[in-house]
Design a protein around this ligand. Structure first.
Ligand code: GLN
Ligand code: ZN
Length: 758
């Protein structure tokens, strides 16, 4: 019998219930007991959805981030929260976001650094280490959840992050070698496994996704050593790797002294035969055969054709699962009653993916006839998508064919452009600006949703949005900023807003995916060839510019970010889709320029996260990604200043590619890492202008002027002051005006102080 199981379930809730429960608690509108009750209710609901599987993950639920949970489980709590009074959960939120609830604002600390989870759009809180870090087991919450599940009769399989991946994900605060902590860490894992054994747990899933990355010999050895130390009979360990191929780690993974191995058979299908040959015969092989990162239906027929012989060979040693945790896909397609029915028939969200898994399991165990009807329906949907006329647009294809390198080149060099731009823009030293959005107040959201529901007509909606733009301009006047933005009140989301105006995109209503903490994104579904029927942002931007003499930035989302933050088609290479996006957005850039906009910012917030996990594949990605940006941006005159913005970007390793984009100005995230990100600029003389973020917009804390001056002084050690801009880390949409005004006031004051000191 093939065994079915799941690696993780989305925890935010089909209606984002967890988000609202968290935010209520943080605002002081509910108690910690209310929050915990909602957590328990969601866990129960999620487990009940999965009862058709042979093993259900437990421990995948989290109030903020599962890596932060792991830090707390292992007693690795930063010193800065240790002596603050309050509950563990309050401290947990302090590490996550700088503070717990509004009432406990007395105890704000600096929030833990946040970074991308492998190549996904999920962000985790980076574990902090020093040479003195000691670990201790704090498993009561984890064990309580196991008991909760078992009381409900759930076939419980606890899930934890493995010790080597845990160390690898973290950061040493004092340059200690993280691997030197492994001998201290392993006994804690051992203690946890013993507790699980006492609980009568049969299998535990230990995630080691670093097995799909290029590991140095030390890290490879650490994986071997860790599992030697953890080798036990009970519970049985399933080591899970996902997001890519094992490649040179294949032998290592197959040889671990554990009871089973899970691999990503979507990305790593080519390796499966080799793994079957290498894996000792007493071990379980779990194949992740359903894509946990995308929303297309699985081709069940093709999957079975491939799996059936494997099942005959492995028999009960074969487990099947989604490729990775379903954290990265929305919960339930059935919620989508407004989605175009044709496109909807091509899709599967988390619950539908689990249904597919169950069908596959039944087909393997009881024969295809036992699920005949489901298989026929699936084949027909797959076939229809394949042949649909909605997917291909010959005009778009012809335009992409016409592309040549000249489209991506500016006329003048940066120096020539900078001189012309300076003459036109007349900006001071240390020019101040923001990244685009201003607070998205409840009224703004209300206006947008009324418009969407048809309760406001176009004229009334426009008038209200213009009032918001006026407010933003007025606030920027009062603050004395140098380069303005219109505030992006009309945008629900930086990708969806553009996707909605482009052909080739479809939208879900409830297709939320957790990005970090309570924040979710609703990635659009890019199903067909992309084109721009008409201008998208020109009217708002022109209006905003008409209110001020200061330069108003036109704000666009770049092609690579559109691609990386959408669920994209799997029927053509990503590069081909990206070039189509580039041409569509290039049209908008040129229209803005024609409308008299002197600065255009093209956000590439997600450029870095599209990097393949393996370095050997970076070059190819960067080549087409940078070229797509250049095609979008570089058709403008020398006088037009192009900005780009990137969040969470570490630049050290891709600085050449960033420079190749040839934007006149880049603004980047830096404040949480104390300008460490700027190390890249020490060795490499970045040729253009840079705005390192000086205000951490992911935390409610307000930076004071002295702190900002200090950050900028640090930056000025690496970048000539004449090329520095002063700006927040990212857009301000998630903050309130009460936070934004004093923070920006301090920021402007810091810029002024530096000008007069120079
Ligand atoms: N212009 C966008 C904003 O300000 C950029 C957001 C982002 O980089 N994530 O909201
Ligand atoms: Zn950003």
């Amino acid at each position: 019998m093939a065994v079915t199981h799941n690696l993780g379930f989305p925890r935010i809730g089909a209606g984002r219930e967890l988000k609202f429960a968290l935010e209520n608690y943080w605002k002081g509108l509910s108690s910690q007991d209310d929050l915990k009750a909602e957590g328990a209710r969601l866990r129960r609901q999620h487990w009940e959805h999965q009862t058709g599987l042979d093993f259900v993950p437990v421990g995948d639920f989290s109030y903020y981030d599962h890596i932060l949970d792991m830090s707390f489980l292992l007693g690795n709590v930063p010193d800065r929260v240790r002596n603050i009074s309050g509950t563990t959960l309050d401290n947990y939120f302090r590490v996550a976001r700088g503070r717990s609830t509004v009432q406990s604002s007395c105890c704000s600390v600096h929030a833990g650094e946040m970074t991308k989870w492998f190549d996904t759009n999920y962000h985790y809180i980076v574990p902090e280490f020093t040479a003195d870090t000691v670990f201790s087991l704090h498993a009561s919450e984890f064990l309580a959840q196991l008991q909760e599940a078992r009381r409900l009769g759930i076939a419980t399989k606890p899930v934890i992050i493995g010790p080597v991946t845990y160390l690898w994900l973290g950061k040493s605060k004092d340059d200690c070698n993280r691997l030197s902590l492994l001998p201290r860490l392993l006994p804690i894992y051992r203690e946890l496994l013993d507790k699980l054994a006492q609980e009568g747990i049969e299998w535990v899933q230990i995630d080691e996704p670093i097995l799909v990355t290029e590991l140095s010999p030390e890290w490879q050895a650490a994986v071997g050593m860790a599992y030697e130390a953890l080798a036990i009979n009970r519970p049985k360990i399933l080591v899970a790797a996902y997001f890519g191929q094992l490649q040179e780690n294949l032998d290592l993974a197959c040889g671990l002294p554990v009871a089973g191995l899970h691999i990503d058979a979507i990305n790593g299908r080519a390796e499966v035969d080799e793994i079957i040959r290498r894996l000792p015969e007493d071990k379980v092989l779990s194949l992740g055969v359903i894509n946990g990162r995308n929303i297309w239906k699985t081709d069940l027929h093709a999957t079975l054709e491939w799996l059936e012989p494997i099942h005959r060979a492995l028999k009960e040693r074969l487990w099947i699962a989604p490729s990775c945790s379903l954290l990265h896909v929305p919960v339930d397609l059935h919620s989508e009653q407004k989605l175009d029915p044709e496109i909807r028939s091509w899709l599967a969200f988390a619950l539908q993916k689990l249904e597919e898994l169950t069908i596959l399991g039944k087909a393997l165990n009881d024969g295809r006839v036992s699920v005949q009807e489901a298989l026929v329906a699936n084949s027909s949907a797959i076939e229809k998508r394949h042949t649909s006329h909605r997917v291909k647009n010959p005009g778009v294809r012809a335009n992409v064919e016409r592309l040549d390198a000249g489209w991506g080149r500016r006329a003048g060099s940066y120096e020539q452009r900078a001189a012309k731009q300076a003459a036109i823009l007349g900006l001071p030293e240390f020019p101040t600006t923001t990244i685009g959005s201003f607070p998205q107040t409840a009224e703004i959201r209300e206006t947008r949703s009324k418009f969407r529901r048809g309760e406001l007509d176009q004229a009334a909606y426009s008038a209200l949005m213009k009032r918001e733009i006026e407010r933003c301009v007025h606030e920027q006047d009062k603050l004395g900023l140098d380069v303005y933005v219109h505030g992006e009140a009309e945008r629900n989301d930086m990708v969806e807003y553009f996707g909605e105006q482009l052909e080739g995109y479809a939208f879900s209503q409830f297709g939320w995916v957790q990005s970090y903490g309570s924040r979710c994104v609703k990635p659009p579904i890019l199903f067909g060839d992309v084109s721009r029927p008409q201008a998208m942002t020109v009217e708002w931007t022109r209006y905003a510019q008409s209110l001020t003499n200061k330069p108003m930035k036109g704000m666009l989302t770049g092609p690579v970010t559109m691609l990386n933050w959408s669920f994209v088609r799997d029927d053509q290479p990503r590069a081909a889709t990206c070039y189509q996006l580039a041409l569509a957005i290039r049209g908008e850039v040129l229209d803005l320029e024609k409308a008299g906009i002197r600065i255009i910012q093209i956000d590439e917030a997600a450029l870095r996260e599209g990097l393949p996990l393996r370095r050997s594949q970076w070059h190819e990605y960067l080549q087409w990604a940078v070229e797509a940006f250049r095609i979008t941006a570089n058709g403008v005159k020398d006088e037009t200043q192009i900005h780009t913005h990137m969040c969470y970007s570490e630049f050290n390793d891709i600085i050449h590619a960033i420079a190749d984009m040839d934007a006149d100005v880049i603004t980047i995230e830096t404040s949480r890492s104390d300008m460490e990100l700027l190390d890249a600029f020490e060795d490499f003389k970045y040729p253009n202008e840079i705005g390192p973020g000086v205000y951490d917009i992911h935390s409610p804390n307000i930076p004071n002027t002295a702190e900002i001056i200090q950050l900028l002084r640090n930056a000025a050690q690496r970048i000539p002051a004449s090329r520095l801009w002063v700006n927040p880390d990212c857009g301000l949409k998630t903050r309130s005006w009460e936070e934004v005004i004093p923070a920006l006031r301090n920021m402007v004051e810091a810029a002024k102080a530096l000008r007069s000191a120079n």
